[in-house]
Write a protein that binds this ligand. Structure first.
Ligand code: MEV
Length: 415
């Protein structure tokens, strides 16, 4: 019997781990060789996470046409889903007609939470507030480039919840995503809070919800470029539905995250952190769409997006050399600029999805790419790919078996 109980797997090198895996999962030599091929290097990967046996590739696509606060961007997106990059580029092309995206950023304030268990929450709250300046000074008395750059704990608030006390350290993390910095600050400040409250500090961790770190973007989508009044009206109706129906709202917000996460992954950022923040932020208002639409006096569609955006351009994100290249392509100087770009991509993505949904539907574009990947899986090479795709689309039959049949026919004809 094969067992997954492998003692000391983490101590082995990548080759030794692959040997075990090869045996456990009956991998072929070719499969092992593919796992060993790595663009970022197995040493880098091994330093990023535990028990590494390879690296995993996804396509990087470039979204074009983005004009954000008067600056042109080419935006790297890492995603497995067809149509997302095309939709972002399309949305940006239409936004460009009326000047592109305008953005705002509320600052890089994150929250570190310290949970205090105490018999007397009211007195604990009172004592924490009485010692507020001392606590903030203590929290900031640590060696960190973020502190040197003027970041650190700026304020604190105390909440009382069900007999528990929660201290929120409000921390400016500057250009970092901030998790490590915040968690370190929480852990080292907790003993002081215990002394002050005579309570016990339990959780000491950031909150991923960061409503004081918002990236906001706006774009005017020219009514003619959108496709006319009817399409504008349709988009407004689709938006109304997302406001009143949680089932639609989940999909509406998912489309936004298609764009947001693709840029987060490309730039080496923690996409789960932003994903959870966005959904929690939307739920603060009763789970609502993260975008908003209205029509202006000219009849153009005006779109807004507001997203909590804990991203960084320094620290961990720079470990992956491909993320470094993507950041270079993007040309952002700060976490703030990256946040503004990501919000714009989210808005472009959502606008394009709604536009397609209320007009021709999204499957047409989707199916072309799907047909292409089936043609390639069937073995089509070079010009054969387009021929197989065109035939399948013409016939309305898009499947691997049909792709294989068509390929066979094409090859017979050309021999
Ligand atoms: C697909 O990944 C995303 C969409 O479903 C978003 C939406 O429905 O708004 C197209």
């Amino acid at each position: 019997m094969k067992t997954s109980r492998i003692s000391g797997f983490y101590k082995l090198d990548v080759d030794e781990r692959l040997e075990i895996l090869k045996d456990f999962s009956n991998l072929s030599d070719e499969e092992v060789e593919l796992l060993k091929k790595s663009k970022i290097g197995l040493d880098v990967a091994n330093a990023m996470i535990e028990n590494v046996i390879g690296t995993f590739e996804l396509p990087i696509g470039i979204a074009t046409n983005f004009l954000i606060d008067g600056k042109d961007y080419l935006i790297p997106m890492v995603i497995e889903e067809p149509s997302v990059v095309a939709a972002a580029s399309n949305g940006a092309r239409i936004a460009r007609v009326k000047g592109g995206f305008q953005t705002h950023y509320t600052g890089s304030i994150m929250i570190g939470q310290i949970q205090i268990i105490t018999e007397n929450p009211l007195s604990a709250k009172f004592e924490i507030l009485r010692h507020k300046d001392e606590i903030i000074e203590f929290a900031n008395d640590m060696e960190s480039s973020i502190i040197r750059m003027g970041g650190g704990c700026k304020d604190l608030i105390v909440r009382e919840l069900d007999g528990m006390v929660l201290v929120h350290l409000l921390i400016d993390v500057k250009d970092a995503m901030g998790a490590n910095f915040i968690n370190t600050m929480c852990e080292r400040t907790a003993p002081l809070l215990e002394r002050i409250t005579k309570g016990k500090a339990l959780l000491r961790i950031l909150s991923n919800l960061c409503p004081q770190r918002l990236a906001i973007a706006k774009a005017v989508f020219d009514k003619n470029a959108v496709g006319g009044e009817e399409v504008v009206e349709g988009i407004l109706k689709a938006y109304e539905l997302a406001k009143i129906d949680i089932y639609r709202c989940a999909t509406h917000n998912k489309g936004i995250m298609n764009g947001v996460c693709a840029v987060l992954i490309a730039t080496g950022n923690d996409f789960r952190a932003v994903e959870s923040a966005c959904h929690a932020y939307s739920a603060m208002m009763g789970y609502k769409p993260l975008t908003h639409y209205e029509v202006n006096e000219e009849g153009d569609l005006v779109g807004y997006i507001e997203l909590p955006m804990s991203v960084g351009v320094v620290g961990g994100v720079k470990v992956n050399p491909l993320a470094r290249i993507c950041l270079k392509i993007l040309g952002v100087e700060s976490a703030e600029e990256l946040a503004r770009v990501i919000a714009s991509v989210g808005l472009a993505q959502n606008f394009s999805a709604l536009r397609a949904l209320v007009s021709e539907g999204i499957q047409k574009g989707h199916m072309r790419l799907h047909a292409k990947s089936l043609a390639i899986s069937a073995g089509a090479k070079g010009e054969e790919v387009d021929k197989v795709v065109e035939r399948m689309i013409e016939e309305g039959k898009i499947s691997l078996s049909r792709a294989k049949e068509i390929l066979e026919e094409i090859r017979k004809i050309s021999t």
